[in-house]
Design a protein around this ligand. Structure first.
Ligand code: COA
Ligand code: AMP
Length: 626
């Protein structure tokens, strides 16, 4: 069967089609209902366990000695292979330690860890006992961690003592201590994984060391949970400063992710798969941890960067050394390699003939990067499009079913489960080739979000109310005559920096707290390496004595301290006024057009067109447009 037959089979009977896919998963009670009556969750009456499907069934079913995880860490100079049998043992022991300290089904556990296998063990151990994990990316600052702790109200936190960035050790534990101090909700205990590169001081009575926590504790078995029981919450950026807690139910997650490993990534069980991302992002959840393990693959857990750890040969080495068959990363990573090694001389001596294909997602894949990667690697490069909310590819090239012709710049076609539409302002279908908002006809397929954590109204307002009967993706684009989708931009204030999704609204909220700042605006500007970078504009309160340079520098520090280094907020200027419409709306889009060097049509509603010239001049001092 080719792609169109598979898509047609799904479209003819979506619930029956997903019930068939559900048979590839182990159920303690096979579901009788595919989709809940309200159309929000899948397999609600099934009983299953994520850790059992990802670990135990392979460990006990012929894959005991197969590598489940390969940790390759150029930043520490270490490598470790963990078999399925060992992974089962580690998960069961940590799950036992959590349970012994009172963590039960439905309790939340926040995980704040670097790219070590223990992060994966922590995630799986939670699902083993039905606890709901929420992983927070290590590049976020204490206050972001605090806001997630307050929203998820975890019983426990599992943290690493430190992360390792090129040239510096990032002490995680002081950030955790500060976050708990700031948060209104206090977790009952913290389990701390000590790393020799930066051990942490433990708070007596609250913190317990990783191994000590497991001593003398009975390992925990897998607890079957309902198909709609949340497996995890993952916070992502929205328009406002408050992050959105995407909820991922257990049953649909297992079924959908398992299906994608062959259909999209074209790997068979037993083969090595590598997603170079971080467990703090959805790519890390779905394609470092869950999908490869559920499918019985070997997953590479990489702690390093594409360049500088130690040089641009690292990706080639990892692919060759571990026999990677399918490789997934963000386009930024390849732009970074190309910038340092345009002729790919660092590829010499690394036999990457094991690799079948490269998959790119997380941000727009620019044609130059795709062509370069294809040229140097000698394998097809497939762009695909999805988001935290979907949890798995919405639009992709279904290479494991049928490799469709690649149109460079398009992530290809809708996957079964997704009826993708391009709509105009009023919700009417746009003609092929015309730009509009990208929306998915409800119901969403298994594995996607049914709601936001304890914020159902916000979920509806953010995603469902814009177009009746559709999920609004927040992206704009068009569909061509062949049904290929083309992603153009976001329709909200979310920007994408080095494949990381960030909220300019949050940055504005932080800037507004500076005592000298009267008004501010943050925009995303095009950047040749990271795709986009944030740029801030502030106006000052009257009578401020401090120099403009000092205030701008203080604003940069403030965003780093409050949001974290991952915000990559390094450009900030003081301006006399911000360009606004006569009704007072800041013209962020016009400012972004100026910064990107696009032709700017002065909006008819602008209150004072002369401001645009000042803004253009200030952007010029920052070296933009690039
Ligand atoms: N813990 C603490 N700090 C972190 C961190 C973590 N887990 N991850 C990143 N940071 C810091 C970085 O050290 C950097 O700090 P700096 O301002 O002091 O230099 C800052 O956050 C910005 O990080 P990033 O935007 O990733 O820039 P970078 O210069 O460190 O690396 C790339 C640039 C392109 C090499 C890197 O972003 C990359 O490999 N990206 C593509 C792959 C990817 O992970 N995509 C994610 C989604 S698929
Ligand atoms: P995240 O939720 O962090 O995975 O970010 C999802 C967002 O990244 C999407 O809504 C898009 O804006 C963008 N994105 C992801 N994949 C692609 C792609 N292949 N092409 C263009 N943009 C993408």
């Amino acid at each position: 069967m080719g792609y169109s037959d598979v898509y047609a089979a799904w479209a003819a009977d979506p619930e029956g089609w997903w019930m068939d896919q559900a048979r590839a998963i182990h159920w303690d009670r096979f579901p009788e209902i595919a989709l809940s009556h309200d159309g929000t969750t899948w397999f609600p009456d099934g009983l299953t366990n994520t850790c059992h499907n990802a670990v135990d069934r392979h460990a006990d079913g012929g894959r005991a000695t197969q590598a489940a995880l390969i940790h390759d860490s150029p930043v520490t100079g270490t490598k470790e292979t963990i078999t399925y049998a060992e992974l089962k043992d580690r998960c069961a022991r940590l799950a036992g330690a959590l349970r012994a300290r009172g963590v039960e089904k439905g309790d939340r556990v926040v995980i704040y860890m670097p790219m070590v296998p223990e992060a994966i063990v922590a995630m799986l151990a939670c699902t083993r006992i039905g606890a709901i994990h929420s992983v927070v990316f290590g590049g976020f600052a204490a206050s972001e961690l605090a806001s997630r702790i307050d929203d998820a109200t975890p019983k426990a936190v599992i943290a690493g003592s430190c992360g390792i960035e090129p040239g510096r050790i990032v002490a995680y534990k002081p950030l955790l201590d500060e976050a708990i101090e700031q948060a209104t909700h206090k977790p009952e205990f913290c389990i701390v994984f000590q790393r020799e590169q930066g051990p942490a001081d433990l708070v007596e009575g609250r913190d317990v060391e990783w191994h000590a926590a497991q001593e003398g504790v009975a390992p925990a078995d897998c607890l079957p949970v309902e198909g709609d029981h949340p497996c995890y919450i993952l916070y992502t950026s929205g328009t406002t400063g408050q992050p959105k807690g995407v909820v991922r139910p257990t049953g649909g997650h297992l079924v959908a992710l398992n299906w994608t490993m062959k259909a999209v990534y074209n790997v068979d069980p037993g083969e090595v798969f590598w997603a170079a991302s971080d467990v703090g992002w959805v790519v890390g959840h779905s394609y470092i941890c869950y999908a490869p393990l559920i499918h019985g693959n070997t997953s590479v857990v990489f702690e390093g960067k594409p360049v500088g750890t130690p040089d641009p040969s690292t990706f080639w080495r990892v692919i060759a050394e571990h026999g990677v068959k399918s490789f997934f990363t963000a386009p930024t990573a390849f732009r970074a390699i190309r910038k340092e090694d345009p002729q790919a001389t660092f590829l010499e001596g690394h036999d990457i003939s094991c690799l079948r294909a490269l998959y790119l997602a997380g941000e727009r894949a620019d044609p130059d990067t795709i062509t370069w990667a294809e040229g140097v690697m000698g394998v097809p490069v497939y762009d695909h499009w999805w988001q935290t909310e979907s949890g798995w590819p919405m639009v992709a090239n279904p290479t494991g079913i049928e490799a469709l012709p690649v149109k460079i710049g398009s992530p290809t076609v809708a996957m079964p489960g997704y009826e993708v539409h391009v709509l105009d302002e009023a919700g009417a279908e746009m003609a092929r080739g015309e730009l509009g908002s990208i929306a998915v006809k409800l119901p969403l397929p298994p594995g996607t979000l049914p709601t936001l954590w304890q914020a159902d109204d916000r979920y509806r307002a953010a995603y469902l109310e814009r177009f009746d009967g559709y999920y609004n993706t927040g992206d704009a684009g068009m569909m061509d005559e062949d049904g290929y989708l083309w992603i153009m931009s976001r329709t909200d204030d979310v920007i994408n920096v080095a494949g990381h999704r960030l909220s300019t609204g949050l940055m504005e909220e932080v800037l507004a707290t500076h005592p000298d700042v009267a008004e501010c605006a943050v925009i995303g500007v095009k950047d040749p390496l990271k795709g986009q970078l944030p740029m801030g504009f502030v106006t000052l309160q009257k009578g401020t004595g401090t120099s403009h340079e000092d205030i701008a520098a203080a604003c940069v520090r403030l965003v780093r301290d409050k949001i974290g280094p991952v915000a990559a907020f390094k450009h900030c200027v003081v301006v006399e006024r911000l360009p606004k419409t006569r009704s007072g709306k800041i013209l962020r889009k016009t400012m972004a057009q100026i910064a990107d060097g696009e032709a700017v049509k002065t909006p008819a509603t602008i209150d004072d067109p002369a401001i645009l010239e000042e803004i253009g001049g200030r952007i010029g001092t920052l070296g933009y447009p690039k």
